[in-house]
Design a protein around this ligand. Structure first.
Ligand SMILES: Nc1ncnc2c1ncn2[C@@H]1O[C@H](COP(=O)(O)OP(=O)(O)OP(=O)(O)O)[C@@H](O)[C@H]1O
Ligand SMILES: [Mg+2]
Length: 316
């Protein structure tokens, strides 16, 4: 399996500026993702996170650069890439099951009605909505609607799951439960995920890698934080791990100060946007401006799924 299953290659996005000329929201972004990897993106409002996600979804196009998914350049929307919206975006006249079945039928139009319904029901069960499968969106709570959105996205076996702040509109209790479920499902199914969040703890709990974006305009990927917490982490023990606070503090320091002063941070230093540094904050002796050797594809998959924590850190 390739460690470049998804490859963002030098993308920039500009819009016409009100007074003439143009504004570059972000520029020269490079990022690759391995199959089965969970990547979270964190950055201040307006740095272009949603625009990047829309480009990955094929709903927007970069002004320059290209995105490759499984050796094919993105040229528009595709049912290979599923988006989970913050606003649910369900069809109000269809039941929970009907909403999911609609997606399944769009992906596999030749399948029989029974096959489509079976596949849709499987996805509805996966997110724990079996008993509410026949209810319309208006009869569902916010968390249940979001579950339908997750079931719909997973039902089409996407190559990548794209999530734009998927839990931000939910109450804390529902948010936690859904995070637990999404994490469990993604690990069990080996789903590749690209998620935007403003919630540092959500990123730490869910993601294998956390991409830190600087402030716009002209935003960049400053670094890629490699999550040193063990794959078997749980909500109850994650904050007790010795690497948790170094990791959390590193991300918060970035958001509070480094994200807006990044250009001066790298002034006079060698900086290659094609290879944003991979940083493990649990190893503070490593400078963020000196890339850490990342394991190759086979090592990477093994380290994130199977290795005990000590071995995984050695691999980094
Ligand atoms: N169609 C457009 N025309 C002009 N500017 C746009 C357009 N779409 C987005 N922008 C600008 O691009 C920038 C990035 O927008 P984007 O929605 O990607 O930010 P974001 O990082 O997702 O922010 P947030 O965290 O608030 O969701 C913003 O400054 C926005 O005003
Ligand atoms: Mg956004």
């Amino acid at each position: 399996m390739s460690d470049r299953y998804i490859s963002i290659e030098g993308i920039s996005r500009s819009y016409p500026a009100p007074g003439g000329g143009s504004t570059t929201v972000f520029e020269d972004l490079w990022l690759s993702m391995a199959r089965g990897e969970f990547v979270a993106v964190i950055g201040h409002s307006g740095c272009g996170k949603t625009t990047v996600l829309n480009i990955l979804a094929g709903l927007d196009a970069p002004s320059s650069g290209v995105v490759i998914v499984d050796v094919k350049a993105i040229e528009g929307p595709s049912l290979d890439r599923a988006v989970i919206f913050q606003s649910h975006a369900l069809m109000p006249w269809k039941s929970a099951l009907g909403n999911v079945a609609y997606a399944v039928a769009s992906k596999w139009p030749r399948r029989s009605r029974g096959e489509i319904e079976g596949k849709a029901r499987q996805a509805i069960e996966l997110v724990g909505l079996g008993p509410a499968a026949d209810r319309k969106p208006a009869q569902l709570s916010g968390g249940m609607k979001q579950r339908v959105g997750i079931a719909r996205a997973l039902s089409i076996d996407p190559k990548i799951l794209l999530m734009d702040e998927p839990f931000s509109a939910l109450d804390a209790l529902t948010r936690g439960t859904l995070q637990d479920e999404v994490r469990k499902i993604c690990i069990e199914t080996g789903q590749t995920v690209f998620m935007i969040t403003h919630d540092v703890d959500e990123a730490i709990y869910l993601a294998d890698k956390i991409v830190l974006m600087t402030n716009g305009p002209g935003a960049r990927i400053a670094e890629i934080v490699v999550n040193p917490l063990p794959q078997g982490r749980t909500r109850n023990d994650v904050h007790r791990h010795p690497a948790y606070y170094p990791l959390r503090n590193h991300i918060i320091d970035f958001l509070v100060s480094r994200s807006k002063a990044f250009d001066s941070e790298i002034a006079g230093k060698s900086w290659d946007p094609r290879h944003p540094p991979h940083v493990n904050p649990a190893q503070p002796e490593r400078s963020p401006l000196h890339p850490v050797r990342m394991p190759q594809a086979s090592e990477s998959e093994a380290s994130s799924r199977d290795f005990p924590e000590a071995q995984r850190r050695t691999a980094l």
